[in-house]
Structures are given as structure tokens and as C-alpha cells.
Design a protein around this ligand. Structure first.
Ligand code: GLC
Length: 761
């Protein structure tokens, strides 16, 4: 990136500081007292952000002054110093340096001697290359030495990203995901930096392919680079990690409250090939009394993999099977891929051609690649008209009785090589190329799907997407794509879900049991113990792999699956409360311990436990054959969920964890709301709330509404406030906009005494 030279002048325009350098103008935008935007318009004059929608600027007092060779911009919480060459440093309000640009540039370090390079290349190894070393868009920040890094979406590997490098380029990876993959399906260029006595966030908003190297190239710096676009990043200050997540989700949006049934258990498989297969799944769940809300229809239900069609030969009269299993309480989610079959005479293809809804070559021909239906064309979701058409197409599904839509293959995937960079898409009102559209393709598809469902269904849309960009959480839940039935993938699920949550994507899950390869009964039992706490709880597998519905294995596996699925249904009100909190603060459901115990060195690299909300700590067994688990409990007092045994925090314990046990601990003073187990949401009204009350002091707010539509936004909800004084509970209703429970009970988990709770009005 070319240096800007000496700083010449500056002006204040509202909350923007325009800074002229010898070779260009740069900007610092004050959005709030904690969020600053650094902007260098290398490509376009404005941000044209896909992640940030609406005006995020709040009236903020700030000062601009010149001091010691820098332009100093200060709010009540952050001080930004801008130097010559547009070097930018951030301080906290007390003058502590948080984050500084490196002045020395990057240092190319290759340890490979010249004569080995050819050999390495011959076997297909990656060889660092000194040419093309710097990126056209690049920021280098000093590493002070005490940093841990979190966030970055769905990247593989461990929780703390320090010493690793990643890329942001949405990628369909069917091979087993390993730590060496630099990119998977999602691009979330958001990073939380935790130091011993401070924390901050950086969000790089640029949709081109980008690179994040966190002290791997050099212990002394991290860099962010992009192939093109603007330099456009946000510095987010805060006192604690939750405040950083709050700041980031203030910018990019928060996961909206979902329908309650979407938090139930879900079954899927690529390869339910006919209505009979679906019927069989539904019957098994109800016969075995394993609760289940949702059955997913993979691509098999379509006519020749044509999107928005139905294969009536295999699946019967359109919608009939959906209606049939609906009577047993099942809701149906159908898959929809972006690729539209190239097939003159097929209405979706014809409509798209006629109205110019598809991406083209630079010469103006409709661009063709291949996905499941063979030759296929790609909707240009960057065009408002295409999104409106796609949104309208959701009506076809809703009319069949479908309740949620699963968007897949939207990196976009392509079987005949990647789409060339110059394929032409639209950015609202102007053409852009694939290089810029790629990382937001899934985002815009999800947005169109969300809008269609909202318009025609009126309920809270349930969309699942594989590919996404920062901010997709406003429209869709995500799953981590094609994992495999490998213990290493179960292990990876914990840091991956934690980092997705920190990156704004609170409603996430992995394919329980693993998608590819062959599941074993033990792996399924351990995976359901993680799935039970995953916001999206879906068992899904690939055609050709061992069937992995619980009954494909032995009785013990069925019983263990039932135990944890039932636990999920008991904990539904707690989970729903977490979603309500998430909508307000952005705090995720699955949280790494470091989010709440950031001063505790033991948890900065803890990959094998997580918090389910703030009150429940889950320490799942993630190793084949293990029946004991080493558990770290942070400060405070904790109670074993199953036995009620008390543990002092700040220590490690070796606890028993036979196959049917997932160690779980509840923090002292907690109040955990539960419901009776049902076979599906809606089977019976939730008239009784059963609280589990733990020794200690604490308070808890419980939220209740109809679990379906948007009426809660007009006040149709109830809020209960519980105060726990060592197991003795008092309750008050602070918002009475929804029919109250008929009964609320509290069980003191130590004495096992249950009392009825009287709610003060
Ligand atoms: C992709 C999806 C997977 C799905 C399959 C067939 O591989 O990731 O979940 O089952 O396509 O549609």
C-alpha cells in the first residue's frame, strides 16, 4: 500500500475528521465514544458496507488537537493518534497504549534455502514467496507480547488464534477440515485482542479475499491484508470482552429472537430419498420417545435438483408428507441451493434469463458452471430485483407447509473450478466482479431468503446458511458445513462454536455425529452431549456414510441420545432466555470461559469446556474411550448439575464421566428455569415453569412470549425477575404482556425441597 506521506491539514465535519496527507486524504469517523472507524478510500469514496446496515453514528462529544507530531482525536473512552503516513495508534482514556501500527513494515522470512524450493514445489508444498509480499490493502499492528486473539468466525484449530494465519475466502471444503485449512465457509474479519489488562476489537470491513496473520510471520506484529478494496476498519474499545462483543454486534447486528421450535432437536440426512424414508424417521422418533421438532429435506426432495420444485414421483403429492408428519408435531426445513439448473422451459431458469437475474461473463453472456443439477447459473443476489424474486420464491416452499429454509452451496460452490474473478455481479446499482462479491454471496442469499419468509409467513424466519459474511447473524443461523465423523472434529466443534459466537453468530451448530465418514455409537453419544448445548441442534449426515439416527445403533445409544435430547427440552426456557439476551446485547449462547473470566490465565487457551450462558459450565468428553474428564472450574462455587455436589472454583478436578454423563456445573446463586419434557414444541402448552435454585445469592430474569411471531416487539411478552437468597426465592413480574404461567415451582437443588413460587404483581 502506498504511503501517504506527511500530514498536511485536517477538518472536522460532523463526527468525521478528514485528514489530508501529501498523497491523499484519509478519515477517522467517530461512531460512538467507544467505536472509531479508520477509512482510506482506495477503491470507492463511501463504505458500501454489506455488514453494517443503517446509520451507526450516535451523537458523541470528541476533541481534535495536535500534539507531539500527531493529530489526537479523543472521546471519553478512546484516544486515537494519527501520525504521518497514516500510522494510527489507539489509547484508552488513561493513556494506556492499546494498539499501535508498526512503522517497520513486514519482514520476509523464509527458512528454505534456494536449492530446496523446487523439490518442495514438486511435491505440492506451499513455498513462501518474497514477490507479491505486501498486499494492496494492508495494516500492520504491533504485538506487545501478552495478546490472545479470538473471533474470526468458523476458522479451524484452537480457540486462541495467536501464532496462526488465516484467509477470508468462503470455501466449500469437502475434505476433512484440519488446523492447516486457512479458510472454511465463512468470512468474519473480526478479531478480539485480549491482553493482560485490556481488551479491544478490530473489524476489517472489506469483502475481497483477505489475510490475517497473528504473529505467525513475525512475533512482533500481526497483519491484515486484502487483495483490493478500501482500507476500512473499526476499532472497538471496552472494559471487558462482553463489551467488545456488544460493540461489534451493535455495528453488524444481532441474532434476532428465533421461534421456540427452532431450538428443539432436528434430524437430517442427505439421502432421505422418498416420502417413506421421511415417514420412517418421524415414526421412529415418536415410537422411541426421543423428542424431535424438525426433519430436514435435503436435495433429494427436488425434481432433478431444480430449486423450488418438488419430486412427486418419490415424495408424492406436493406437501402431503409435510402435512402428514406435521400432524405428529414435526416441522419441515427444506434445502435450497443458489445454483439454478440451466434448463430452458424450467420456470426459474426462464424467469431469471428473461429478467437478467443471473451473473454474467464480462462479455455479457450468462455465466455457467456446475453444481448438483449439472450445468447451472448463479443468481446475482447483489441486485435488488434478484433478491426480491428470490424472496418471492420462498412462497412456493411456504405453500407446501415448509417452516424454515436451509441455504447451502452459497460460497458459491462450483464443480467446474472456482468462478473466475471477473464474473460480473451487481452491487445494488453498479457492476462488481466475483472477487468482490464472493464473500458476501451467501450473506445476500440469506438476506433475500429471510425477507421472503418474513413477508409471506409473518413468523420469525428460520434460515440456515453455510456461507456468510460479518453481519449475516441478522438474517440467518449457521452450521459449520461438512465436518466428518471424527473425534478431532468433535474436539474442534468447541472452539469453533465459541469463536463463531464471539464473532456475532450466536445461532450456530455442527452436524451432530459428523456429516462425512462413518459415525460410531460412542462418537454419537459424546457428540449429542455437545449438540445438546449448541444453539442449532441437528443430527445430519452424508449419503454413503453410516446411518446415524440414534436407533441405527444399540439400546444404550438410544437411551443416551434420549437423555440429552430430553435435557435440551428441559432447558428450553433457559436457552430461550439466552436468545432474548443475545438480541439485546449480542452475547452468544455458547461462550468460551475467557469471555467471563478474562483475567484467569487458565482459560485463555481452554478448548475443552464452554459456558452455556453465564450460569452453566459444560465439560464434555471429547476423546474416544475416556470415562473421566479433567475439568477446570473458574473462581466461585459450582454445583454438579446431576449430583448437586459442591466444588470450589479456581481448581482442576478429575471427574467421572461414563458414556451417559456429560459433566455440567452450575454457578452458585443461579436460578435455572426448566420445562417438563415434551415430544415437540407445541405438544402441550407450557403452563408450568420449574426453577432449579442453587445455594448462594443471585438474580435471574426470565422471558416468555408466544415463541412464534413479532408481537413481542409490541409488548406481548412477560418478564419475571427472580431473586435467590441462598435457595429462598422471591419473584416479581416486571412486564405483564403475556398470559402468566399457571404454576411456578422452585426446587432447592441441595435440600431437594420443592416449593411453589408466588409472583408479586
Ligand atoms: C453439501 C452440504 C450438506 C448437504 C449436501 C447435499 O455438502 O454441506 O449438508 O447434505 O451438500 O445437499
Amino acid at each position: 500500500m502506498e504511503k501517504l506521506g506527511k500530514r498536511v491539514s485536517y477538518q472536522k465535519a460532523g463526527q468525521q475528521v478528514q485528514i489530508q496527507f501529501e498523497k491523499g486524504t484519509a478519515f477517522v469517523n467517530v461512531l460512538t465514544d467507544r467505536i472509531m472507524n479508520v477509512f482510506l478510500p482506495l477503491e470507492t469514496k463511501d463504505h458500501r458496507s454489506k455488514a453494517i446496515e443503517g446509520d451507526k453514528e450516535v451523537p458523541t462529544e470528541f476533541q481534535v488537537a495536535e500534539a507531539e507530531g500527531a493529530l489526537v482525536i479523543s472521546t471519553s473512552n478512546v484516544v486515537v493518534k494519527v501520525y504521518d503516513d497514516f500510522f494510527v495508534d489507539f489509547y484508552d482514556k488513561n493513556g494506556k497504549l492499546l494498539c499501535a501500527d508498526s512503522r517497520d513494515g513486514r519482514v520476509f522470512q523464509s527458512q528454505i534455502s534456494e536449492r530446496f524450493i523446487e523439490f518442495l514445489k514438486a511435491e505440492g508444498h506451499e513455498v513462501p514467496d518474497a514477490t507479491d509480499f505486501d498486499y494492496p490493502v494492508q495494516v500492520i499492528k504491533k504485538i506487545q507480547g501478552d495478546e490472545s486473539f479470538y473471533g474470526l468466525g468458523d476458522k479451524t484449530g484452537f480457540l486462541n488464534k495467536r501464532h496462526y494465519e488465516y484467509e477470508n475466502w468462503n470455501s466449500d471444503i469437502p475434505q476433512a477440515h484440519t488446523d492447516s485449512y486457512k479458510a472454511l465457509y465463512k468470512s468474519i474479519p473480526f478479531l478480539i485482542t485480549l491482553r493482560n489488562d485490556c481488551v479491544y476489537g478490530l473489524f476489517f470491513d472489506n469483502t475481497y479475499k483477505s489475510y490475517v496473520n497473528l504473529g505467525k510471520e513475525n512475533e512482533g506484529y500481526l497483519y491484515y491484508g486484502a487483495d483490493a478494496g478500501n482500507l476500512d476498519y473499526y476499532f472497538i474499545a471496552g472494559e471487558t470482552m462482553p463489551e467488545i462483543v456488544e460493540g461489534y454486534t451493535y455495528l453488524t447486528g444481532r441474532t434476532p429472537l428465533p421461534q421456540l421450535w427452532t431450538l428443539g432437536y432436528q434430524q437430517s440426512r442427505w439421502g432421505y430419498e422418498c416420502a417413506g424414508d421421511i415417514r420412517d424417521i418421524a415414526e421412529h422418533y415418536r415410537d422411541l420417545k426421543i423428542p424431535c421438532d424438525t426433519i430436514h429435506f435435503d436435495i433429494d426432495y427436488m425434481d432433478g435438483y431444480r430449486v423450488f420444485t418438488w419430486d412427486d414421483k418419490a415424495f408424492g403429492k406436493p406437501g402431503a408428507i409435510i402435512d402428514e408428519i406435521g400432524k405428529q408435531g414435526f416441522k419441515v426445513v427444506t434445502i435450497i441451493d443458489p445454483g439454478v439448473k440451466l434448463d430452458p422451459g424450467y420456470s426459474k431458469y426462464d424467469e431469471g434469463i428473461e429478467n437478467h437475474y443471473f451473473a454474467t461473463t464480462p462479455e455479457g453472456e450468462v455465466y455457467v458452471n456446475a453444481v448438483w443439477p449439472g450445468d447451472a447459473v448463479y443468481p446475482d443476489y447483489g441486485k435488488p430485483e434478484t433478491r426480491a424474486w428470490w424472496a418471492d420464491n420462498q412462497k412456493f416452499l411456504l405453500d407446501l407447509g415448509v417452516r424454515g429454509v436451509w441455504n447451502d452451496m452459497n460460497e458459491p460452490a462450483s464443480f467446474r473450478g472456482e468462478l473466475p474473478e471477473d464474473v460480473v455481479f451487481t452491487d445494488e446499482d453498479r457492476p462488481i466482479n466475483h472477487a468482490k462479491m464472493h464473500n458476501v454471496y451467501g450473506h445476500l442469499m440469506s438476506k433475500a431468503t429471510y425477507e421472503g419468509l418474513k413477508k409471506y409467513d409473518g413468523k420469525r424466519p428460520f434460515v440456515i446458511t453455510r456461507a456468510c459474511y460479518a453481519g449475516t447473524q441478522k438474517y440467518s443461523t449457521v452450521w459449520t458445513g461438512d465436518n466428518q465423523s471424527l473425534w478431532s472434529h468433535l474436539q474442534m466443534a468447541v472452539p469453533q462454536l465459541c469463536n463463531l459466537g464471539l464473532s456475532g453468530l450466536a445461532f450456530a451448530g455442527t452436524d451432530v455425529g459428523g456429516f462425512g465418514a462413518d459415525c460410531t455409537p460412542e462418537l454419537l453419544c459424546r457428540w449429542v452431549q455437545v449438540g445438546c448445548f449448541s444453539p442449532l441442534f441437528r443430527n445430519h449426515s452424508s449419503k454413503g456414510s453410516t446411518y446415524q439416527e440414534p436407533w441405527r445403533f444399540d439400546k444404550q445409544t438410544i437411551d443416551i441420545n434420549r437423555k440429552f435430547v430430553e435435557l435440551r427440552y428441559r432447558l428450553l426456557p433457559y436457552l430461550y432466555d439466552l436468545f432474548r439476551e443475545c438480541e439485546k446485547t449480542g452475547l452468544p449462547i455458547i461462550r468460551p470461559l475467557v469471555l467471563h473470566y478474562e483475567k484467569d490465565e487458565e482459560v485463555k487457551n481452554l478448548n475443552t469446556e464452554f459456558l452455556f450462558g453465564e450460569h452453566i459450565l459444560v465439560a464434555p468428553v471429547l476423546e474416544q474411550g475416556a470415562t473421566k474428564k479433567m475439568v477446570y472450574l473458574p473462581e466461585g462455587t459450582w454445583y454438579d448439575f446431576e449430583t448437586g455436589k459442591e466444588y470450589a472454583g479456581g481448581q482442576y478436578y478429575l471427574v467421572d464421566a461414563p458414556l451417559d454423563v456429560c459433566p455440567m456445573f452450575v454457578k452458585a446463586g443461579s436460578v435455572i428455569p426448566t420445562y417438563d419434557v415434551v415430544q415437540y414444541v407445541g405438544e402441550k402448552p407450557y403452563d408450568t415453569l420449574k426453577l432449579l435454585t442453587y445455594p448462594g445469592k443471585g438474580s435471574y430474569v426470565h422471558y416468555q412470549d408466544n415463541g412464534e411471531d413479532f408481537k413481542y416487539q409490541d409488548g406481548e411478552y412477560a418478564l419475571y425477575e427472580f431473586h435467590n437468597e441462598n435457595g429462598v426465592l422471591t419473584a416479581a413480574m416486571s412486564h405483564a404482556g403475556y398470559r402468566p404461567y399457571k404454576k411456578i415451582t422452585s426446587t432447592n437443588v441441595v435440600t431437594n425441597e420443592t416449593t411453589e413460587v408466588v409472583v408479586a404483581k
